[in-house]
Design a protein around this ligand. Structure first.
Ligand code: GMT
Length: 376
């Protein structure tokens, strides 16, 4: 199939999922065209089946807001015609589903019918799409998609609750490429850069937005390090980072916390981690937790959103109510304090991650693509 993938090219989960999906589809022989405003961070272009088309939005002083949707929908029309693309798969509803619908309409005018698959990722529904200023257009473009998928059952339920959706939503969970991880583990990196041999390594990876409850992470770690020698790896960048650094100073733990920024060595850091913290306010799926589990790292998370669909309580880690840092710290200590328990949780984390192997999940997308093409 010839498929256009529209996504955000950033470090965020939706961009990572879209990129990894496109690369695996290309690996399986499909022709994949990424269409976005910058080259996606995890995109490897050295594959004859992978193409990247940049959307440019020329600056014009009259515009207070530059019209990205307009440029994107024009680019989609041009690329569909040039490469004879058969299907659009847009990741993150805003504004991609809207631009995709416009492209479909323009193409229809020229006698070209192309189905659109829209994948909902979470914040496009629960934080942004739900806003009264966007709700009407977001509901409209989801309803006009030929196929809609969501990354968890919880997000599906939320979407029906929050928006006026009449379309069926298919749940296809996010995935992980376990084979790649096994090969990657051969690449050595120095554990000693992160911690002493007697210290446990605790990790958090995110975009440091408010929804991630960054101060909770620092507080949980503060409680852990009082009982067990440990270091905290804070990977990523975003609005809450400066506050987190400040909190570490206030608590006197600044020498026990490493802030990496947007690192390209996530796999190496995870390969040495003993525990992953994700106490988010809400999380439609929690891809970072799954990535940790794939590296055999147990997860301490909140129980909100789709997290219970990924992190299994008492098996791959523990879940607590949002903001219950005492419970999260005590669960973390339960896992870390004893070698045998830690080894058991590590093994369990990997077992649960195996349920989300790309080999199992990717055919679910392929089946929906075929269905959409057949019905269009
Ligand atoms: O986590 C974020 O804030 C980034 C956001 C995104 O749009 O990339 O992540 C969302 O999509 C990911 C991939 O499907 C999910 O794993 C995240 O749980 C989801 N984030 C939220 O729901 C807050």
């Amino acid at each position: 199939m010839k498929i256009a993938i529209v996504c955000y090219p950033t470090f965020g989960g939706s961009g990572v999922v879209a990129t990894e999906l496109g690369l695996e589809l290309a690996h399986r022989g499909h022709e994949i065209h990424f269409i976005t405003y910058r080259q996606p961070v995890r995109l490897a272009l050295l594959n004859p089946n992978v193409h990247y088309h940049e959307v440019n939005v020329p600056e014009y002083p009259l515009f207070h807001y530059q019209p990205y949707e307009l440029a994107l929908s024009s680019k989609l029309v041009d690329m569909v015609k040039l490469y004879k693309i058969e299907l659009l798969h847009v990741h993150y509803a805003i504004p991609h589903a809207y631009a995709g619908y416009m492209a479909k309409q323009m193409l229809k005018d020229e006698g070209i019918i192309i189905p659109m698959v829209t994948t909902l990722h979470g914040t496009d529904i629960t934080l942004v799409g739900n806003h009264p200023f966007y709700k009407t257009a977001v509901s409209f473009s989801i309803n006009k998609s030929d196929v809609v998928t969501s990354v968890s059952q919880n997000l599906k339920d939320d979407t029906y609750k929050l928006l006026n959706i009449k379309k069926e939503i298919n749940v296809i969970p996010n995935f992980i490429e376990l084979d790649k991880i096994r090969n990657e583990s051969l690449i050595s990196c120095q554990r000693s850069v992160m911690a002493e041999t007697n210290e446990r390594i605790i990790t958090h990876i995110s975009n440091f937005r408010k929804v991630k409850r960054i101060p909770d992470i620092i507080t949980i770690f503060y409680k852990i390090q009082q009982q067990i020698p440990s270091k905290l790896m804070m990977v990523g960048d975003g609005p809450e980072k400066a506050r987190a650094e400040q909190l570490c100073f206030e608590l006197g733990i600044q020498d026990k916390v490493i802030f990496f920024g947007n690192s390209n060595e996530i796999d190496q850091i995870l390969s040495y981690s003993d525990l992953f913290l994700l106490p988010s306010e809400t999380e439609s799926f929690g891809l970072a937790a799954l990535e940790a589990m794939a590296w055999s790292v147990p997860v301490i998370s909140s129980n909100s959103g789709g997290l219970p669909e990924v992190n299994f309580h008492g098996i791959s880690g523990y879940l607590s109510n949002v903001g219950d840092v005492d419970d999260m710290a005590s669960n973390a200590l339960k896992i870390l304090s004893d070698e045998t328990t830690l080894a058991q949780f590590k093994a369990n984390a990997l077992e649960v991650a195996k349920k989300f192997d790309i080999k199992i999940i990717l055919p679910l997308y392929e089946n929906l693509y075929r269905k959409a093409l057949k019905e269009s």
